[in-house]
Design a binder for this molecule. Structure first.
Ligand code: SF4
Length: 330
């Protein structure tokens, strides 16, 4: 059985005009994150190479902002072209926000394999957490990406104060949209953001969310994403049994656990890293027979609160890798 490693390169950090309340890069956030306007192609290549060297088979090129300009798409296209020239077996996913007509095609022509735009939360909760764009905006971008032949990737972030029913709603949405991969992020409640101090999740709640995602989407790539370390805590290895992939190393603005610990966790749990199979390999976690309870069986109750959730490890703001002179965590 394999686990796919994905590696994030934050091309532009902070200074985003959007108002996503969960995001340390958003308008009004005073979180003391790294801020830079753009990595050069060489800098982006250096960062991506570190992730690939660490075992990543997908590189995710991410930029803060509402959506890219034509110039942004051209610049990212340059990076994509070089990445694919030098690493033809590595998938490249772009995550640049809301796309306009023709931009997905440009990325595809440059060699991009996938496009990510997270729905982030349930439609019924969306306007509570972001005011500067609508729930339909990611869905529209998603359609543009699909039409251009890019593999669609869309996931969510939990722990925002949504209800159990809204988590179920959010888990069904990427499936309905046709998302090939579904990252599950767990809120990292940075100081200086509107959701500062909101520790709404327990490890077991997170585990149940991942399990429900597996039931709802048995044939999609479920990815443990940002915040997994501080929310799943000692249950990370258990969640790994249900997932297909993780991000290696650091996230966009927060540090992850050491890449060496990620790799050890994967191996300790009997998995091989996708692309490094020496035996039969293959992914056993696309079980078509797995069904979804849709919340009806009561196994999806996430509403434990309080004392257990209150024990947490504070997030560490990223100070290494992209945008710095420090060595990346890869
Ligand atoms: S989630 Fe994306 S669009 Fe929203 S504030 Fe953060 S960087 Fe900007």
């Amino acid at each position: 059985m394999t686990i796919k490693l994905n590696y994030l390169v934050n091309l532009r950090s902070g200074m985003c005009p959007e108002s996503c309340t969960y995001c340390s890069q958003s308008l009004g956030s005073t979180a003391e994150i790294l801020k830079y306007s753009r990595l050069s192609t060489d800098e982006a290549m250096d960062q991506a190479s570190l992730g690939i060297g660490g075992g990543a088979s997908r590189v995710c090129l991410v930029a803060s902002g509402r959506g890219p300009s034509r110039r942004d798409v051209n610049r990212v296209g340059e990076i994509v072209e070089r990445l694919k020239d030098e690493n033809p077996d590595v998938e490249v996913c772009a995550c640049l926000g809301i796309l306009r007509e023709g931009q997905a095609e440009s990325l595809k022509e440059a060699g991009a394999d996938a496009y990510n735009h997270n729905i982030n939360t349930a439609e019924s909760f969306h306007d509570t957490i972001v005011k500067t764009h609508t729930y339909e905006d990611p869905a529209n971008t998603f359609e543009l990406a699909k039409t251009a032949g890019l593999s669609p990737c869309s996931g969510l972030i939990v722990g925002l104060g949504e209800s159990d029913e809204q988590i179920i709603e959010a888990l069904f949405a990427p499936k309905a949209l046709g998302s090939d991969s579904i990252p599950i992020n767990f809120l990292v409640p940075f100081d200086g953001t509107p959701l500062e101090g909101q520790w709404n999740l327990t490890p077991m709640q997170c585990m149940k969310i991942v399990a429900t995602a597996r039931f709802v989407c048995p044939d999609r790539e479920i990815r443990l994403a940002g915040g997994r370390e501080i929310h799943l805590r000692s249950l990370q290895p258990m969640a790994l049994q249900l997932a297909n992939s993780i991000f290696l190393g650091d996230y966009l603005t927060a540090e992850g656990q050491a890449a060496a610990d990620d790799l050890a966790m994967i191996r300790d749990n009997g998995f091989t890293i996708l692309g490094q199979e020496t035996g039969e390999g293959g992914d056993a976690r696309t079980d078509e027979s797995a069904g979804g309870c849709g919340g009806a069986a009561g196994c999806c109750s996430y509403s434990q609160t309080t004392a257990e959730a209150a024990t947490h490890t504070d997030p560490v703001i990223r100070r290494r890798g992209a945008g710095t002179a420090e060595v990346a965590n890869a």
